[in-house]
Design a protein around this ligand. Structure first.
Ligand SMILES: C[S@@+](CC[C@H](N)C(=O)[O-])C[C@H]1O[C@@H](n2cnc3c(N)ncnc32)[C@H](O)[C@@H]1O
Length: 291
C-alpha cells in the first residue's frame, strides 16, 4: 500500500523502477493463462492519454494506470489488460498482488465465490466469467461503492452481489458457505504494519465456517517473511496448505505470494477415500492374476 501510494504521487522515469516500487520484486514468473481474460471488455471508458505502464508481467495480466481526466476528475482508470476499472482516491487500485492472485485461482463452473476485501471489485469481476454466484465484501464504504459501480459498468449485477460494508465475514450470513473464498487484503510488510495480523488471524479463525465441503481458499500475503506465520495460522485452525506460489526471483522480500488452503479434515477424508480405492484396485488386480 505504501509503495502503491508513492507510485500514485510520483512520475517515475522507468517502468522497471515502478515495478520495484509497487512490488519490491521483479515481475512474477508464473505463466498461467486464465480464461477470465476472454471476458468481454465493457464499453464507455475513453482511454486517457499519457498513462503509466506497469511492468509487462509474465502473469496473464498487464496493469496500466491513467490519472483522472478533466472529464472524469473523480476517478483514475486502472486497466487490467483491456478491462478498465474506475478507482477513486482512497480505494486501492488493482495491483501486481491482485493480478498474481487472479492468475492463480481456479474456479469451476457452478461454484460459488466469496471475495473478501473486494476493493475495486477486480477479483469478482474476473471470476464472474466462470461463476454466476459471487458475493463481494469490503469494510470500506467507498470501496463497496466503487465495486458496485464497476460491477454495474460490466453489467454483472446478476452474478455479483456486493454487500453493504462490513468487517471480514460480517456481511455474510452465519450459514452462508462457498466453494471458493478469495482473500487479498492489506498485510504486514514491515514493523509498522504488524497490526494487520489481527485481521488475518480472525480470517483464519472464521473461514472454515463459510467453506462448503472440499471448498478452497486462495489467500495472498505478499511478503516472504510472513510465510511461517501463515503456516502457524493454518495449523491452528484446521487448514492445510495445498499449494504455495511465489516468484523465486525475489528482491526486497516483498512479492506476491498465493496460498491454496483447504480444510484439513476434508483433505484427510479425500486421502482416506483414495487409499480405500487404491487398496480395492490392488485386491482386484491380485484376484485377476490369481485366476
Ligand atoms: C489491497 S486492497 C485489495 C483489493 C482486491 N481484493 C484486489 O485483489 O485488488 C484491500 C481491500 O481490503 C479491504 N479491507 C481491509 N480490511 C478489511 C476487513 N477487515 N474486512 C473487509 N475488507 C477489508 C480494504 O478496504 C481494501 O479495499
Amino acid at each position: 500500500m505504501f509503495f502503491d501510494n508513492i507510485f500514485r504521487k510520483m512520475l517515475l522515469p522507468s517502468s522497471v523502477v515502478i515495478a520495484v516500487l509497487i512490488n519490491g520484486c521483479e515481475p512474477p514468473q508464473q505463466i498461467n493463462q486464465s480464461s477470465a481474460q476472454q471476458l468481454a471488455p465493457q464499453a464507455g471508458i475513453p482511454k486517457a492519454k499519457g498513462g503509466l505502464r506497469a511492468p509487462s508481467t509474465e502473469t496473464a495480466y498487464a496493469l496500466e494506470y491513467f490519472e483522472p481526466t478533466p472529464e472524469n476528475p473523480e476517478y483514475g482508470t486502472l486497466m487490467v489488460n483491456d478491462h478498465a476499472f474506475l478507482v477513486p482516491e482512497g480505494v486501492p487500485r488493482p495491483s501486481i498482488q491482485s493480478v498474481y492472485l487472479l492468475s492463480h485461482w481456479e474456479i469451476k463452473q457452478g461454484e460459488s465465490v466469496l471475495d473478501i476485501g473486494t476493493g475495486s471489485g477486480v477479483q469478482s469481476i474476473f471470476a464472474a466469467e466462470i461463476s454466476d454466484h459471487i458475493v463481494a465484501t469490503d469494510i470500506s464504504a467507498k470501496a463497496v461503492e466503487t465495486a458496485k459501480l464497476n460491477v454495474q459498468r460490466f453489467g454483472l449485477q446478476d452474478k455479483i452481489d456486493v454487500r453493504s460494508p462490513g468487517d471480514l465475514f460480517a456481511p455474510v450470513k452465519p450459514d452462508e458457505r462457498f466453494d471458493v473464498i478469495l482473500f487479498n487484503i492489506d498485510y504486514p510488510s514491515n514493523q509498522y504494519t504488524q497490526f494487520w495480523w489481527e485481521i488475518h488471524e480472525r480470517f483464519f479463525a472464521q473461514v472454515r465456517q463459510h467453506l462448503k465441503p472440499n471448498g478452497r481458499i486462495y489467500y495472498q500475503i505478499g511478503y516472504i517473511d510472513n510465510i511461517p506465520r501463515v503456516k502457524a495460522m493454518a495449523d491452528k485452525n484446521g487448514l492445510r496448505i495445498m499449494r504455495l506460489r511465489m516468484d523465486e526471483r525475489l528482491i526486497f522480500r516483498r512479492a506476491p505470494i498465493v496460498f491454496l488452503l483447504q480444510s484439513e479434515a476434508d483433505v484427510r477424508e479425500q486421502l482416506r477415500r483414495k487409499d480405500i480405492a487404491y487398496e480395492r484396485q490392488i485386491e482386484a488386480d491380485k484376484r485377476r492374476t490369481d485366476r
